[in-house]
Design a protein around this ligand. Structure first.
Ligand SMILES: Nc1ncnc2c1ncn2[C@@H]1O[C@H](COP(=O)(O)OP(=O)(O)OP(=O)(O)O)[C@@H](O)[C@H]1O
Length: 294
């Protein structure tokens, strides 16, 4: 079976089930829309457009990646570039492979071919620990990844598990407490008693203990009340604009994600259907119809 035949069968069996519009409200996508999505892949962005979006010196670069789980290939010749200090949001229907892109960068998938480059290092086959320690890549999990029975402080120390000494991990944790007094006020509380927003702040902070340059953020708004969603995006905005972190995010709330991001990619069946600035994708009628609730 050729690559193309494989793509079509995956799209028809999965993408027709659902997509998510603004605010994570599920909407059904008809077979006609699935066909349009498949056609969109054929007209996917050219390499020149992907290069232009990231600027002349991309910090994170994925080239022609084929990756998946076991023998199952999910990403098909996927390429992406993000400049230093830029933010990029991946949107697309359920099962399109958005989280798999993050998993592949962080070392959770089988990479069949292609390349992942960060800060000039070829990190394609680094272990996850090497990616975090040597290449400054941190992965922030979707949800519920705090250690509930441990205190906030102990959770931060856990984030420093790759530091040379415990003292260094504790020192890095103190810097986090200086930055986020809201967490400092809870330092001796068990993580399980935190509010949803505080838990997400702790998840982000725990990743910051290793002082990464690249943040892979999986669904930052998932399961949060609207007021906490705004808070989390403000934190990410500060990390990008003030601290210069490079951010690659997957977000079901496409409107929020594209409003935040400098660059957006629409993934369908493990391939890029569209790429543009966040503003361009927000204004695109097809994106609006399929992912922004009309
Ligand atoms: N750990 C895993 N092992 C095996 N298959 C997986 C694993 N994680 C994801 N998959 C499969 O890979 C495909 C892509 O999943 P992925 O989570 O990357 O999609 P997604 O676009 O992020 O979807 P969603 O928006 O629903 O989170 C799906 O068919 C999924 O079932």
């Amino acid at each position: 079976m050729s690559d193309n035949e494989h793509e079509v069968s995956v799209t028809v069996s999965e993408a027709r089930i659902s997509g998510y519009g603004s605010g994570g409200v599920e909407t059904v996508i008809s077979v006609e829309e699935v066909v349009k999505q498949v056609e969109a892949i054929a007209d996917g962005p050219d390499q020149a457009r992907i290069d232009a979006l990231a600027g002349p010196d991309p910090y994170l670069s994925i080239e022609h990646l084929k990756a998946g789980y076991g023998k199952m290939q999910i990403l098909h010749d996927f390429s992406l570039k993000v400049g230093k200090g830029q933010s990029c949001c991946l949107i697309g229907p359920n099962g399109a492979g958005k989280s798999t892109v993050l998993h592949s960068i962080f070392g959770f998938t089988n990479i069949f071919s292609g390349k992942v480059d960060v800060g000039g290092q070829d990190v394609t086959h680094y272990s996850s620990n090497e990616k975090l320690k040597n290449a400054g890549i941190a992965y922030i999990l979707q949800d519920k990844s705090v250690f509930g029975g441990m205190t906030v402080e102990e959770n931060l120390w856990m984030g420093g598990y790759l530091k040379e000494t415990t003292a260094e991990a504790k020192e890095a944790a103190e810097k986090i407490f200086e930055k986020y007094p809201r967490l400092a006020a809870r330092r001796n509380h068990q993580a399980k008693v935190l509010s949803g927003g505080e838990r997400r702040l702790l998840e982000i902070s725990r990743a910051l203990v290793m002082e990464p340059e690249v943040l892979l953020v999986d669904e930052p708004s998932i399961g949060l009340e609207p007021r906490f969603i705004d808070m989390v995006f403000e934190i990410l905005d500060d990390l990008q604009r003030v601290e210069g972190k490079t951010i690659l995010m997957v977000e079901q709330n496409a409107k929020k994600g594209l409003e935040f991001a400098d660059i957006g990619y629409v993934l369908v069946s493990g391939q890029t259907a569209m790429a543009g600035t966040g503003e361009e994708l927000l204004a695109n009628p097809e994106v609006g119809r399929l992912f922004l609730g009309g």
